[in-house]
Design a binder for this molecule. Structure first.
Ligand code: TRP
Ligand code: ZN
Length: 868
């Protein structure tokens, strides 16, 4: 690190949790009048301000990227010496304890490509204020512990913006004589400014209603561009299901008479829970049978649920500061996961969530950005909307649920919602409620909030004369700023099975010591150990079990997750061993083949689990488990396994395919989706044989399918194979769907993940395709983002893949720093790769580091990657 001046990385100010101070001034009311015309927005903000406690400090309002046009205090224009305008804030000098400010600002939404603050998407105005976007609309104390009641008047040309929306209830609307019209919205619930939203433009909507448990009628609307109006029904159903679910499971009712959702094409994340006016990435609203896959339908249900659940976990009870982000995100992810589990297959939902956690969060926790779910510091808060805050945060809530039981957990959330309603609080307040409601001590459990890293638990078993001794040893590797760790409290769900398959024992163990023994007596012979059932903790667990024991569990375990896990563990052993010895031995392969053959002979009842059990662990998960790893070797070994299995089990896969390809009518029932998943898993194996007959079978499915799940599965299988008509097929798909932005995202992503050696050249070419745009985050994710998950292209041994990515990041740094920073994070684990990858990645990181004018989003990631 000698040649680089890393002190430069200290330049962007670091914000520390320990520096938290309550706000100097409170703002009980906000009255906004926003005029939108063509390229300009003019904002008149009238705020009531109250000094918070006795102090002499000036008023400091955050603000950036806008012009200040006027400033009055209690109706009087301020003289030059009464305020100071700085680059990122407005300072007002006054001794008054209570006063009113009128601030006029002007901004240009159409030039806002960062998609934070007020911007335009497909010609319509919309906002994204979380985390710190409100300060791009007006000068304001932009922090979540300042709660205000908002009244918002929107004025725009009626022809240009027939729809004018903001938070809360519509209280009046009127036409003016000059062709403009106005709408006035009032939100009675005090909220932080990150939950403010407005939408204005030419939109259509579908409408429905919901009656809450206490009999309040709520109007439900989903807004979208006219051509997509037919694709909102699934989202509407998901919204109504979410409303029922939160009443039944948490006793939470909706609290306004209107709930609006708007779908926009340009959005940095999935969706945003603005009070009464959710703004969504159109990917998580729009779906129909012809254009959306089952995965898309499930994604919509979960994100609609997620944003709806935020109304209580986030809005009614919000965060004191951004270090508490997991208070609302971890909890809300846990809530949406359980909602999806109740709506579909619980075990499969768990399997998918664990796959995400392992593939992304474990990786994050092993790299330079590793942080606890309640971080201690950040440079750019946008970089802390991480899989750790969200997914590991949800796992921590899930562990509380396991330790306290469903009833105890519910008592805790009831207390939390009633005690803190209308307040901005901390994760400590949440844990405190769990403790108080259950009369228990969670002091050791709290380490999950402050210690980073993925704990490892090694399990040894000893059996003798009817006695089983299980010894568990926990540890946690060092992470940035945390060289050593204290033991965690880890709930471990376990069961013992007899060799005949009878369950002898089932309980949740609480592992609290660094080394702890658990003893079972009176056994008639050595039992089979099923551990970490339902993945009861976000840890890496290793246990000495023979191949035979795992094979037995694949057959007999009555926990869907654990049954799948046993199959994964067996395949992982074989693949990792093959990686070490450079090729897969016949002996190891036959263990895998026997296990899959017997799985196919007696499959689990749930076809969705069955489909997951037939699938090998992902390349990215395998890669994350191996040190000094050659990422290309991983895909080669994995694909070699798949090819061999596809030939040896060809007839079985054919039977699976045929027997699950019987349905004529399209349905979104869990059974129908499971059948499609299973059939398409079989199809991908069949196509992997590379026989012309199966190319023809897939091509037939592609052309005849009555839904996108089947069509896309066939398309994907074919373009990843040596199908001779590949290029014709790619063209055909484009011609059919080029007018559907979300389908084009799939088209880009599948080409970017192609195993062909020329993939980088294809990705370069697609980067200037007319349907591609660097200004649209969905497009960037589907082409550039997907490419980074393609080892053969991204990890090319000449470094051209890394060079391409850094080039795109440099372009995006100017257009959209949040998106640029996300892509930069794909280099985080550069040290875990073998040479030449490691040095090539480092050189490209240095190239990025040396760029002038790096946004602090990007500079935080790149400097941490080079430092830690
Ligand atoms: N709170 C949003 C959620 O539900 C996250 C989010 C949406 C966000 N848009 C954002 C975060 C932009 C940062 C920047 O999870
Ligand atoms: Zn959220």
């Amino acid at each position: 690190m000698t040649e680089l001046d890393l002190t430069r990385s200290l330049e962007p100010a670091t914000v520390y949790l320990k520096d938290y101070r309550k706000p100097d001034f409170l703002v009980p009311t906000v009255d906004l009048t926003i005029t939108l015309s063509g390229e300009l927005a003019t904002v008149v903000s009238v705020i009531s301000v109250i000094r918070n406690d006795i102090h002499q400090r000036s008023v400091v309002l955050d603000g950036e990227k806008m012009d200040l046009l006027g400033l009055k205090l209690n109706g009087r224009i301020l003289a030059d010496n009464e305020f100071e305008l700085e680059a990122q804030c407005l300072v007002i000098f006054t001794d008054l304890n209570e006063f009113e400010l009128e601030i006029t600002t002007q901004l240009k939404p159409s030039l806002n490509t960062e998609l934070s603050g007020l911007y335009k998407s497909s010609g319509n105005f919309c906002t994204q204020c979380e985390a710190e976007g409100f300060r791009r609309i007006t000068y304001f104390p932009d922090r979540p512990d300042v709660l205000s009641v908002y009244t918002v008047t929107l004025i725009a040309e009626k022809s240009e913006c027939p729809i004018l929306l903001s938070n809360g209830n519509l209280i009046s609307s009127d036409d003016n004589s000059d062709g403009t019209h106005l709408a006035c919205w009032h939100d009675p619930h005090p909220k932080p400014c990150y939950l403010f939203a407005l939408v204005a433009g030419n939109l259509k909507y579908i409408s429905d209603h919901f009656v809450t448990a206490s009999g309040q009628k709520v109007e439900l609307n989903i807004y979208t561009q006219e051509h997509n109006i037919g694709k909102c029904d699934h989202a509407m159903k998901a919204l109504k299901d979410s409303m029922v679910w939160d009443e039944q499971n948490y006793g939470r009712e909706y609290d306004l008479s209107i709930y609006n959702i708007v779908a926009v094409d340009d959005f940095n994340m999935g969706a945003m829970e603005n009070k009464g006016l959710n703004v969504f990435n159109s990917k998580y609203v729009l779906a129909d049978q012809q254009t959306a896959t089952d995965t898309d339908f499930e994604g919509i249900e979960s994100v609609i649920g997620h944003e709806y659940f935020h109304n209580w976990s986030g809005n009614r009870v919000t965060c004191r500061d951004w270090f508490q982000l997991s208070l609302k995100e971890g909890f809300t992810v846990f809530r949406d996961q359980e909602f999806s589990a109740d709506m579909g297959s619980r075990a499969v939902k768990r399997i998918r969530d664990v796959q995400t956690l392992r593939a992304y969060q474990f990786k994050e926790d092993a790299g330079p950005m590793s942080h606890p779910i309640r971080p201690e510091s950040y440079q750019e808060i946008n970089n802390f909307y991480t899989v750790t805050i969200y997914e590991k945060g949800a796992e921590v809530i899930r562990m509380l649920h396991s330790l306290l039981g469903a009833k105890g957990f519910r008592n805790g959330t009831d207390l939390y919602f009633s005690k803190f309603d209308g307040q901005a609080v901390t994760t400590e307040d949440f844990v405190g409620c769990m403790e108080a409601a259950n009369n228990t001590d969670l002091s050791q459990f709290r380490r999950w909030y402050t210690q980073s890293g993925t704990p490892t638990v090694n399990v040894e078993q000893e059996y003798q004369d009817g006695r089983l001794i299980i010894t568990m040893i926990q540890s946690c590797p060092p992470t940035p700023n945390q060289p050593t760790k204290e033991p965690f409290q880890i709930p471990i769900k376990m069961a013992l099975f007899s060799s005949q398959g009878t369950k002898i024992e089932e309980e949740t163990l609480s592992l609290t010591q660094a080394r702890q023994k658990f003893v079972y007596d009176g056994l008639s012979d050595k039992p089979i150990l099923s551990l970490l059932r339902d993945f009861s903790a976000p840890i890496k667990l290793t246990v000495s079990r023979t191949d035979e024991e795992l094979s037995r569990l694949i057959k007999i375990d009555d926990n869907g997750f654990s049954r799948w896990e046993a199959m994964q563990e067996l395949s992982l052993r074989i693949i990792i061993e093959a990686l070490e010895s450079e090729s897969i031995s016949d002996e190891a392969y036959s263990v895998l083949l026997v296990a899959l053959t017997s799985l196919i002979e007696s499959p689990p009842e749930d076809k969705a689990i069955y489909s997951e059990m037939l699938s090998l662990p992902s390349a990215s998960y395998i890669t994350s488990l191996v040190e000094n790893v050659d990422p290309i070797k991983v895909v080669e070994v994995r694909e070699a396994c798949i090819t061999r299995l596809s030939r040896d089990l060809e007839s079985q896969f054919h039977v699976i395919y045929a027997s699950n390809n019987q349905r004529a009518e399209f349905s979104l029932s869990a059974d129908a989706m499971a059948e499609r998943a299973l059939k398409n898993t079989a199809l991908s194996y069949l196509v992997a044989t590379d026989q012309a007959a199966y190319h023809a079978l897939a091509s037939h499915q592609y052309h005849m399918a009555n839904n996108m799940t089947d069509r896309l599965a066939a398309f994907a299988a074919l373009i990843q194979s040596n199908y001779p008509d590949r290029n014709v097929l790619v063209e055909h798909f484009y011609d059919q769907w080029s007018d559907q932005a979300l389908v084009m995202d799939k088209w880009f992503a599948l080409q970017a993940t192609s195993p062909r050696l020329s993939v980088l050249e294809e990705v370069r070419r697609l980067s200037s395709h007319p349907s591609f745009s660097l200004n649209n985050p969905n497009k960037v994710r589907s082409l550039v983002g997907a490419f980074t998950s393609n080892p053969r292209g991204f990890h090319r041994k000449d470094g051209a893949g890394y060079e391409y990515l850094i080039g795109k990041i440099i372009e995006l740094n100017k257009i959209n720093p949040q998106v640029a920073a996300r892509l930069t994070g794909t280099f985080n684990n550069w040290k875990s790769f073998s040479e030449p990858h490691r040095s090539l990645m480092k050189a490209q990181l240095e190239r990025l580091f040396n760029q002038k004018d790096l946004a602090k989003d990007v500079s935080e990631i790149v400097s941490k990657a080079l430092q830690n």
